[in-house]
Ligand binder design. Structure first.
Ligand code: SF4
Length: 154
């Protein structure tokens, strides 16, 4: 990883933890800082990424394998992708506890993989019998459930 990339990840991670992000150039003001409710990331639900050696992680951003879930040569992909580790991260994201949602997820810019649809989050929590998490997900502000877009800081 280049020093510039490392600096960018550090800065975006800092802002992500503070609930802010840097508006990209052409997106309504280059460099403007906007506040928004962070949304559950589609990567955790939909984009398993397998490295050539069989290591499985959550998404293509994880080149350093910080979110490594195991190796498909040792454990079937379906088992790893539905295992307790990634499940706990999904529940944490649904509840808005991003600091508990995976070593890379916790400081991710979270826009790369897109937003998982609220219906999909609720369906997942229902299938995994996480009724308390469904309640907490529903109590989040609408923007935190993917119902609206980002809020601009006044
Ligand atoms: S939050 Fe970031 S690191 Fe985590 S799965 Fe989504 S894109 Fe990947």
């Amino acid at each position: 990883m280049t020093p510039a990339r490392r600096l960018w990840e550090w800065a975006t991670g800092l802002l992500a933890r503070a609930g802010r992000r840097i508006q990209p150039a052409g997106g309504g003001g280059a460099g403007a800082v906007v506040a928004e409710e962070r949304l559950p990331c589609a990567g955790l639900w939909n984009t398993p990424m397998v490295q050539v050696n069989g290591d499985l992680t959550t998404c293509c951003l994880d080149e350093g394998l910080e979110n490594r879930l195991g190796n498909i040569r040792e454990t079937p992909l379906a088992e790893l992708w539905t295992g307790p580790r990634v499940h706990a991260w999904r529940v944490a994201q649904a509840e808005g506890r991003y600091e508990d949602s995976g070593p890379l997820c916790m400081r991710c810019n979270w826009k790369s993989a897109g937003v998982v649809r609220p219906e999909e989050v609720e369906d997942y929590l229902r299938r995994t019998h996480e009724s308390a998490a469904i309640d907490r997900f529903r109590r989040r502000p609408p923007s935190g459930r993917g119902a609206t877009g980002p809020r601009k800081v006044e």
